[in-house]
Design a protein around this ligand. Structure first.
Ligand code: ARG
Length: 283
């Protein structure tokens, strides 16, 4: 059987590519046919980067005085509800970006699959939702520099006979719809074997009740969901490496640049690390 483990270059735009070269895995994928949905390649990242800075112009905001962010707040520790408020790494980072831009942050919670469209139509200024850079998404939106790396992992019941990614063939797998986990699972295991849920947590509930045999989802939410449910575990073998970034409108390069500047400052002064450490305690 084909090696279904997709290894994607951990890529950032421009000079950052070198900084992340160390994170690149050695394995290569033999499945080049599905490149459209795989994480961004170096050439795509640098093509996106090559627009000259001086064409950026003024920042446009969907609503004056506000940075409007689309998210899907069912994805701990990046975005989730606590006492009716959306909290998490993305919410806190976005708040600081808005402060640096001198505007107020407004978060709009929506289905994950609606975020890209909301950015593309200009209904919101940015999409921030633990969102992975993929070549397919780059066709319709721009992405900021990456602010986090992630891994797609497999959750199974503790007593499951599924021990590696290869054992997933022929099994029922639950995913959050329109996520990269959905795309990989549908490509690799066949649509008929994939059950798509509105939220990652719904997929996990289906695993607990035995409707699906496994869930493919990002590593940090996976840890939260496993901690919140008895009898689940995460397989040691992971599925794919990814980069999270903020999606912006292709006609708003000035905003993308301003976000990158703000992110750069938050990285350089240790604020980003502090926020991450608050939500993801060291093991
Ligand atoms: N990283 C995955 C993707 O970009 C899943 C993100 C899901 N995020 C969320 N807030 N529900 O497709």
């Amino acid at each position: 059987m084909k090696n279904i483990k997709r290894i994607m270059a951990a890529v950032l735009a421009g000079a950052m590519i070198m900084a992340f070269a160390a994170c690149d895995t050695k394995e290569t994928t033999d499945d080049t046919s599905s490149a459209a949905d795989s994480a961004v390649t170096e050439s795509a990242a640098s093509a996106q980067e090559s627009a000259p800075a001086e064409t950026a112009g003024e920042i446009k905001f969907a609503t004056d005085g506000k940075l409007t962010m689309a998210t899907n707040a069912s994805f701990p520790p990046y975005e989730y509800y606590e006492n009716e408020k959306i909290v998490g790494i993305d919410a806190e980072v976005a708040e600081l970006i808005a402060q640096k831009l001198g505007v107020e942050l407004e978060i709009k919670d929506m289905e994950f699959g609606s975020i890209i469209g909301a950015v593309q139509t200009g209904a919101v200024d940015m999409g921030m939702a633990g969102m992975t850079i993929t070549e397919d998404r780059l066709k319709t939106v721009d992405f900021s520099d990456s602010y986090a790396t992630a891994v797609q992992v497999v959750i199974v019941k503790e007593d499951s006979e599924i021990a590696t990614v290869d054992d997933l063939q022929g099994k029922k797998v639950g995913v959050q719809e329109n996520t990269t986990g959905d795309i990989y699972a549908s490509d690799d295991l066949g649509e008929e074997n994939v059950k798509r849920y509105n939220k990652g947590n719904d997929a996990v509930a289906a695993l607990v009740s035995g409707v699906v045999d496994a869930v493919i989802i990002d590593n940090e939410p996976a840890k939260s969901f496993v901690a919140a449910n008895e009898g689940l575990k995460i397989l040691d073998t992971s599925y794919a490496d990814e980069q999270y970034a903020i999606a912006t409108n292709k006609d708003n390069k000035a905003l993308t640049e301003a976000i990158n500047k703000a992110l750069g400052e938050l990285k350089a002064d240790g604020t980003l690390d502090e926020i991450v450490a608050k939500y993801i305690p060291a093991e």
